[in-house]
Design a protein around this ligand. Structure first.
Ligand SMILES: Cc1ncc(COP(=O)(O)O)c(C=O)c1O
Ligand SMILES: *[C@@H]1O[C@H](CO)[C@@H](O)[C@H](O)[C@H]1NC(C)=O
Ligand SMILES: *[C@@H]1O[C@H](CO)[C@@H](O)[C@H](O)[C@H]1NC(C)=O
Length: 438
């Protein structure tokens, strides 16, 4: 890989880093203590940043405040899980109600499970559903169902795909800590011919795909690609599993509804639990029957907290009274127009925003054109990304180092406009660094 860092860029990054260290002394001290008990001071890799992470003390509505006393507009939105923000009154009151009147571990099946499951099934067109505690688990169990249903083992998936902690495929291969190392066929994203060939090869149980690769930089699958996968899979009896963990928020029925897809199974996570640990998977009744304990040879699906009362109540209230279908539609429109504005002000520069609805990623292109349909084909300038991160933090925006943005429902439009202005200022300040030669 070519290195694109220039002397001017290095000087700007070093200066920004020095300012970061100076403004966040308390975070630095906390980090230095944390490394003595947590490897690298960290318990969730993505939150590690150099030279140390800023520690957040509390969040309120659409803002977070650091241990150093700085308040930011939260643009990270907990990687899509914080859609409801940090103190939505409806969510808080549902939570309180459970704590006061229901109890947290009641040791029995509850009626609430069905209510919540029913709501998710209705919204996302599923015949049957199961709850888990994370999106990772949802994908693992969906794959188990597909394997049982087809009596096959292999799974076609895509380079750069992220389906959970042990289901990661950056750089075109399974990560070293993945499960089922021998069972993956990893294909380039948006390469329909390669996908078809893999789907038609022997021994394939399922294809597992994100409709938009979220962790890999909000790269959208084209209509042709996603429908082509669906078609090729159904022709040969391979199950089509759409990972909606990040994308379920982008329309009232998720990405599948927006793109007219009918996957055999879908997997969920993030905000659907009202901000609590959550996962779910579901779809065709005949495939999900794999888990029916009344049937011979069923798969056991355990998990102490699968049916936890907090999530089943709070998630239900959120989906039925806060993130209603109408709100979902407006939110996505607001997100799309925000991203379009960002791409207007960054036009002609290396900075380019991809995504759909309220989920986006800023890219820092080494060269044109301003278009990405497969991250493997694009080179970026990581140091420019880092500079952007430092300087957006200084402008009062809580952004992720990887440039990922997920909007929070309560964030006022005026703050989004202020963000656009901050991007504009970054561009005028660093004109030569961001100019894109074509
Ligand atoms: C598309 C996708 N699938 C699965 C997961 C895993 O979900 P969890 O972190 O809840 O295990 C994520 C998390 O970011 C995700 O983005
Ligand atoms: C979930 O349900 C089981 C019985 O099916 C019960 O023993 C358990 O306590 C419930 N879990 C929670 C966290 O409520
Ligand atoms: C960017 O600029 C080009 C050339 O001036 C123009 O054709 C294009 O429509 C612009 N795109 C956006 C998103 O503003």
């Amino acid at each position: 890989m070519q290195l694109y860092i220039t002397k001017e860029l290095q000087i700007a990054v070093d200066a920004a880093k020095a300012r970061y260290i100076a403004s966040n002394a308390r975070s630095k001290a906390l980090h230095e203590e944390a490394v003595n008990v947590l490897p690298g001071g960290n318990t969730r890799t993505i939150l590690h940043t150099d030279p140390f992470p800023i520690y957040i003390k509390h969040g309120k509505s659409y803002q977070v405040t650091s241990e150093d006393g700085i308040t930011y507009i939260d643009m990270a939105g907990e990687f899509t899980a914080a859609l409801y923000g940090h103190s939505n009154p409806v969510i808080l009151s549902a939570m309180n109600d459970v704590l006061q009147n229901v109890g947290m571990n009641v040791g029995a099946t509850t009626a609430q499970e069905r209510l919540f499951a029913n709501e998710i099934c209705k919204r996302f067109q599923l015949e049957r559903l199961r709850f888990t505690n994370s999106g990772t688990e949802a994908n693992l169990h969906a794959l188990a169902a597909a394997r049982k249903f087809t009596s096959k083992r292999k799974v076609v998936t895509f380079s750069g795909g992220y389906h959970g902690a042990v289901l990661t495929f950056s750089g075109g291969k399974p990560a070293s800590n993945n499960v089922d190392m021998d069972d993956w066929i990893v294909v380039k994203y948006n390469d329909l011919d390669a996908a078809k060939e893999a789907i038609r090869s022997p021994g394939v149980a399922a294809v597992l795909v994100e409709g938009m690769q979220g962790a890999n930089g909000c790269i959208c699958g084209t209509l042709e690609f996603l429908h082509g996968i669906q078609q090729a899979s159904s022709e040969v009896g391979v199950l089509f599993i759409l990972d909606e963990v990040m994308t379920s928020r982008i329309s009232e029925g998720g990405l599948a509804a927006l793109r007219g897809l009918k996957p055999d199974l879908k997997t969920f996570g993030k905000y659907l639990g009202g901000g609590l640990a959550f996962g779910a998977f579901g779809g065709r009744a005949d495939v999900m029957a794999a888990f029916d304990p009344r049937l011979d040879g069923y798969i056991s699906h355990s998990g102490t907290f699968n049916n936890n009362t907090l999530v089943t109540h709070v998630g239900h209230v959120g989906l039925t009274t806060v993130f209603t279908p109408e709100v979902a539609r407006h939110f996505t429109e607001a997100g799309d127009s925000f991203r379009e504005k960002l791409n207007e002000v960054t036009n002609g520069t290396r900075i380019y925003f991809t995504g759909v609805g309220t989920v986006a990623t800023a890219h820092f292109l080494a060269k044109g054109p301003r278009h990405i349909d497969c991250a493997d084909n694009v080179e970026e300038i990581p140091e420019l990304k880092t500079l952007f991160w430092f300087e957006m933090l200084e402008a009062g925006f809580w952004v992720t180092l990887r440039g990922f943005i997920a909007l929070i429902l309560e964030t006022p439009p005026s703050e989004l406009e202020r963000f656009v202005k901050a991007v504009k200022s970054f561009i005028s300040k660093h004109q030569t660094l961001v100019a894109l030669e074509t």
